[in-house]
Design a protein around this ligand. Structure first.
Ligand code: ADP
Ligand code: 5GP
Length: 212
């Protein structure tokens, strides 16, 4: 008798800063509260309103280096001049327990997770409808200084150039439409053969009830 539990899914959502991935990810988490969210570690300073352990675990550069040396990250990268990393233990336990995890990480992180977990990772890239609208959103959000906004716009194009490493591209023009697309990607991924194969095997083996 096989009792292979379906492994969790690692849903990575990336975008240039300001394209709307936080807004879209929050919607998905509201609708599907069972999806875990990977709270990253970062050396960036908290923005007003951010709480340690909620948006990020805010750590010093030295602490981050220690964690990297101790192999505590599933992936890490420098983004906009700061270090960001995903806790490795969170990923391995979620996969083993069959829990899905949502990641708001950049293309470097998505690439590293894909390399380590090719079967479980789904990569989604959120595109702004235009660079002008991207700038408008960054200004309207009002969380960053003019200097930081200018820097983010400068790197937006080079981030966009990585679109071809992603499985799905969603243009966030109208929020409802973009959310429907993200939701559809997640729900479809839950039904991938690799994830549901265990169910088919149980049925073939004649087992009436699944053990999970
Ligand atoms: P990111 O996490 O990609 O940096 P945010 O989710 O913080 O982006 O969104 C940036 C700003 O744009 C926020 O003020 C958000 O409310 C707004 N926003 C998000 N999606 C849309 C949309 N479809 N239309 C207009 N404004 C949006
Ligand atoms: P912000 O500072 O605006 O919250 O995030 C800046 C960028 O860092 C975003 O593109 C975000 O997706 C990315 N990021 C956040 N956490 C991680 C992480 O753990 N790993 C990687 N590679 N990127 C991250």
């Amino acid at each position: 008798m096989s009792s292979e539990r379906p492994r969790g899914l690692l849903l990575v959502v990336s975008s240039p800063s300001g394209a709307g991935k936080t807004t879209l990810c929050n919607r998905l988490r509201q609708e599907f509260p069972s999806i875990g969210f990977s709270v990253s570690y970062t050396t960036r300073e908290p923005r007003p309103g951010e709480t340690d352990g909620v948006e990020y675990h805010f750590v010093s550069g030295e602490r981050f280096q220690e964690m990297a040396a101790d192999d505590e990250f599933a992936e890490y990268a420098m983004v906009h001049g700061n270090m960001y990393g995903t806790a490795g233990r969170l990923v391995s336990t979620a996969l083993a327990d069959g829990r899905d995890i949502l990641f708001d990480i950049d293309f470097q992180g998505g690439r590293q997770l894909r390399r380590s977990f090719p079967e479980e990772v789904v990569l989604v890239f959120i595109l702004p409808p235009s660079l002008r609208e991207l700038e408008r959103r960054l200004r309207r959000r009002a969380t960053d200084s003019d200097e930081v906004i200018a820097q983010r716009l400068k790197v937006a194009r080079s981030e966009l150039a990585h679109y071809d490493e992603y499985d799905f591209l969603i243009v966030n023009d109208e929020l409802e439409r973009a959310y429907d697309a993200l939701r559809a990607v997640y729900v479809s991924a839950l039904h991938r053969r690799s994830r549901q194969a265990a169910v088919a095997k149980q049925l073939i083996e004649g087992q009436e009830e699944l053990p999970w």
